[in-house]
Design a protein around this ligand. Structure first.
Ligand code: NAD
Length: 493
């Protein structure tokens, strides 16, 4: 915006720099509509400069002993703990989620830092003596070099930390490209990272949009790309980076089903599903968006969820007592209002319509209240559309076979949940449900940092997932060494 200075700076080679790009974008508080910052969308030349300086830093960082590489991570954990409230307020301000939700995502970020401090153990290879007489063989893990992480708007404080601690602890140097809609959280996080004492060039921050992403995907010195975002972008990033021979892991969008059996504790189920569907205003890749009831559960669950959803306090996430914040942008709100209308037109019953009048406390922000659609016909394209807002669809199935068939047809496979008190049903669901993260009486089955964040079908492209051992494998390449040293030989020379 003319006249407004750029506030979201890049951090390249240990220096804070303002991008020269003339392509600027406002950072807007989604609850008030207030412009709280300006981000410049970095150019391909600026990305090139970041990659080149990182490549120089790699040469000494990869030679730094793992024990020394994790010391800044220990410091970073302590710094993040001290600044948790401040960072949470920033997340809430630029993303809109509640302070409690923002603190929750930061806890998972810190947990990933803690896990990566185990690198001296996690990165160990294998060795076998005497594979032939006098010959030993070992497999070691070596870092790749310059790696990049491209992240979405919905967890500005957590998702970069699915990658950052593992990338650097394993000896790589990293470039983080956060969502241009929420650049301020990572900028503050990088000010804190600076205090942790990583050598310059090891951790770099570049702001930008499509041009910056393309420059990273095409750069010959970028060896691996981690991506989280919508499925169309994930597919695109996966194909383009792979075409250049890079290692790629891309987490995409979702449409998560929860199956509710009549033997479930309906009060607990409806409370948890209410939090899953409408928490973070439904902008969570593990949010439940389709509730499949079986048998008697149809009526009891419908009554219970309407009761819970109607009492949610919606407003500015920074205010005490607010349980659900706004959507990220006014375009996102308009899109979701349009999808609610489409669902209604396609034949769904609108049991709860969350579209609000833009007046009073909802005058400026991007608010949509909880919405519940019932009996959306299977032919409606909305059945397969990721809404990514506070909209829950109710569907009925006659039995578990029909419910599982419904899940099977979904193009996504990020999460599937079941509510029941039957161990046999729970086991069958765990065994057969076609998704990478399964919840049994759990609404948001988000893996702890020491498990991989799985995801199947259109929700993930690649092999190795984010977090923990998968992260270590992703950011390293295996080398196998066969050695002969002793005088004891298996054959004569
Ligand atoms: P997005 O795809 O619009 O953006 C993600 C990143 O890609 C951003 O950094 C953005 O700058 C970049 N980008 C956007 N369009 C691009 C293009 N055409 N070419 C190159 N780069 C591009 O996603 P979003 O709206 O920020 O995030 C929401 C989406 O992320 C939802 O679909 C959600 O389900 C998904 N998500 C998935 C997971 C998971 O673990 N599977 C986690 C969080 C979010």
């Amino acid at each position: 915006m003319p006249g407004m200075p750029v506030t979201a700076r890049n951090y390249i080679n240990g220096q804070w720099v303002i991008s020269d790009s003339k392509d600027h974008q406002n950072v807007v508080d989604p609850a008030t509509g207030e412009v709280i910052g300006v981000v410049a969308l970095s150019t391909a030349q600026e990305i090139d400069a970041a990659v080149r300086s990182a490549a120089v830093a790699f040469e000494s960082w990869r030679r730094t002993p793992p024990e020394d590489r994790i010391q800044p991570l220990f410091k970073l954990k302590a710094i993040l703990e001290t600044h948790l409230d401040e960072l949470a307020r920033m997340i809430s301000r630029e993303n809109g989620k509640t302070l409690t939700e923002a603190k929750g995502e930061l806890r998972r970020a810190i947990e990933n830092v803690e896990v990566a401090c185990g690198i001296p153990t996690m990165m160990q290879g294998r060795c076998l003596e005497d594979v032939a007489r006098g010959i030993d063989e070992m497999m070691i893990y070596q870092p790749l070099g310059v790696v990049a992480a491209i992240t979405p708007f919905n967890f500005p404080g957590m998702i970069p930390f699915w990658f950052l601690p593992y990338a650097v602890a394993t000896g790589n140097v990293l470039i983080v490209k956060p969502s241009e809609r929420v650049p301020l959280t990572m900028m503050r996080a990088f000010e804190l990272i600076e205090e942790a004492g990583f050598p310059r060039g090891v951790l770099n921050l570049v702001n930008g949009g499509k041009a910056a992403v393309n420059a990273l995907l095409d750069h010959p010195q970028v060896r691996a790309v981690s991506f989280v975002g919508s499925t169309p972008t994930a597919r695109y990033v996966y194909a383009r980076a792979a075409a250049h021979g890079k290692r790629v892991q891309c987490q995409g969008g979702a449409k998560n089903h929860v199956v509710i059996l009549p033997d479930a504790d309906m009060n607990m189920a409806s409370q948890i599903i209410n939090e899953s569907a409408f928490g973070c205003a439904g902008q969570r890749c593990l949010a439940v968006s389709v509730a499949v009831t079986i048998g008697q559960a149809q009526q009891t669950f419908r009554e219970a969820i309407l009761d819970k959803a109607s009492s949610l306090k919606v407003g500015n996430g920074l205010e005490e007592g607010i349980q659900m914040g706004p959507l990220i942008t006014s375009e996102s709100r308009d899109r979701i209002e349009g999808l609610i209308e489409q669902g209604h037109r396609d034949g769904a019953r609108l049991l709860m319509d969350g579209r609000v009048e833009r007046a009073g406390k909802y005058a400026q922000g991007n608010f949509v209240r909880p919405t519940v659609l019932d009996a959306l016909p299977a032919a409606s394209p909305l059945c397969e559309t990721e809404i990514f807002g506070p909209v829950l669809s109710l569907v009925h199935a006659s039995d578990m076979d029909e419910a599982l068939a419904l899940l099977e047809r979904s193009p996504y496979g990020n999460q599937a949940s079941l509510f029941t008190s039957s161990g046999a049903h729970a086991r069958r669901f765990r065994y057969e449900a076609p998704a990478g993260n399964i919840g049994i009486n759990i609404g948001v089955a988000a893996p702890m940092a020491y498990f991989p964040f799985s995801g199947w079908k259109g929700s993930f492209f690649g092999d190795l997932h984010a977090q923990a051992n998968d992260g270590v494998e992703f950011y390293t390449q295996k080398k196998v060494v066969v050695e002969r040293w002793g005088s004891e030989h298996s054959r004569k020379f």
